[in-house]
Write a protein that binds this ligand. Structure first.
Ligand code: NAP
Ligand code: ZN
Length: 352
């Protein structure tokens, strides 16, 4: 029997959240039912429900930073049992058979991976995300949350954590490397914590000095206000790796200039507009301008284990959803750069 759960849903672009009943499918053999405890608010949720990327399919239940406990398992489930602490990120299915799935890069599934929301399951049903009290997901896409991390601080790791961990690892963040993080928000604050834990020397670049003290506490040894022309000039040619997490348009050349020769600028921010770079800005110094998309399931588990080992979780503010306008207001605050540093919805407060 399918189950009915409560969820926060947006009926159309720009409309406020409303609490609704949501049907979750009956457990298939490989399915895990999760009682969701917390769901983080990622800026991608906001881009999606506001239809900034186009192709939004309403109604939408967003949320791909999900943490909770297993409440039921299908007959064939072997990895999880009732009571286990688990998480779900941006993916709820992939074909398992293509080269990319076999290489642990399920997000690049050649047959189309299934996103946690605004995406159709292989049976045609629209996926609905984590702003809800239950979710049903194949065990292959479920992550184990180590005991050392509280569920509320773990939730944002499922997107903000993996999206920054993956490029930091790939581009060699570690001792002797100077890493800059642009934008100290949900992704940015995790990038700082992770890069510092990997042993890199971390700088933060933010629009102002308002987050300077926080950035230091997160692990940044050098906070630069990008509005400070002298500080930006002084930083020219100084970083091995820059992770750009900014959710809005940015002049890429300004940041490419901050790279050392052979350095890499990895863009993870996803504003809807095109980036523009003069080829000369890359050629002078053999610079790399690249992107990075979340991370595979295996690497996401590796990131969670790394966080547990280093005592890391997200820095969060918990939201009570009993008045759903709180969530609408939280979206505005994220866009205004006011969140410190990730909002997490306590899903038990979604109104009955
Ligand atoms: P967030 O919490 O809102 O953080 C974004 C940060 O960007 C802000 O804290 C702010 O930092 C800076 N910023 C915002 N508006 C700006 C503006 N107009 N000019 C300059 N800087 C500005 O967002 P998030 O959840 O970290 O997500 C960041 C971006 O990554 C979004 O576009 C999201 O869709 C994308 N994303 C991508 C992936 C992926 O797989 N690549 C995964 C998840 C999210 P300061 O206040 O420090 O300046
Ligand atoms: Zn996200």
């Amino acid at each position: 029997m399918p189950t009915t759960t409560r969820a926060l849903s947006v009926p159309s672009a720009g409309a406020p959240f409303e609490a609704v009943d949501l049907e979750r499918r009956d457990l298939r053999d490989d399915d895990v039912r999760i009682d969701v405890a917390f769901a983080g608010i990622c800026h991608s949720d906001i881009h999606t429900v506001r239809d900034e990327w186009g192709a939004a399919h309403y109604p939408i239940v967003t949320g791909h930073e999900i943490a909770g406990t297993v409440s039921a398992v299908g007959d064939g489930v072997t990895k999880y049992k009732v009571g286990d602490r688990v998480g779900v990120g941006c993916l709820v299915d992939s074909c398992t058979e293509c080269e990319n799935c076999k290489n642990g890069q399920e997000m690049f599934c050649s047959n189309g991976s299934v996103g946690t929301y605004n995406s159709q399951n292989y049976d045609g049903e629209w996926a609905a995300g984590g702003y809800s009290q239950q979710i049903v997901v194949t065990e292959r896409m479920v992550l184990r949350i180590p005991d050392g991390i509280e569920l509320d601080e773990a939730a944002p790791l499922l997107c903000a954590g993996i999206t920054t961990y993956s490029p930091l690892r790939r581009w060699g963040a570690g001792p002797g490397k100077k890493v800059a993080v642009v934008g100290v928000g949900g992704l940015g604050h995790m990038a700082v914590k992770l890069a510092a834990a990997m042993g890199a020397e971390v700088s933060t670049l933010s629009r102002s000095s308002a987050k300077a003290d926080d950035a230091k506490a997160l692990g940044s040894s050098n906070h630069i206000a990008t509005s400070d022309d002298d500080a930006m000039k002084a930083a020219k040619g100084s970083f091995d790796l820059i992770i750009n997490t900014v959710s809005a348009d940015l002049d890429m050349e300004t940041y490419v200039r901050l790279l050392r020769p052979n350095g890499a600028l990895v863009n993870v921010g996803l504003p809807p507009n095109k980036l523009s770079v003069n080829p000369g800005a890359l050629i002078g110094g053999n610079k790399v301008l690249t992107g990075s998309n979340i991370g595979g399931i295996g690497e996401t588990q590796e990131m969670l284990d790394f966080c547990a080992e280093h005592g890391l979780g997200a820095t969060i503010e918990t939201l009570d959803a009993s008045d759903t306008t709180t969530i609408d207001a939280a979206y505005d605050e994220v866009v205004a750069g006011k969140v410190r540093y990730r909002y997490v919805i306590d899903t038990s407060t979604i109104p009955a």
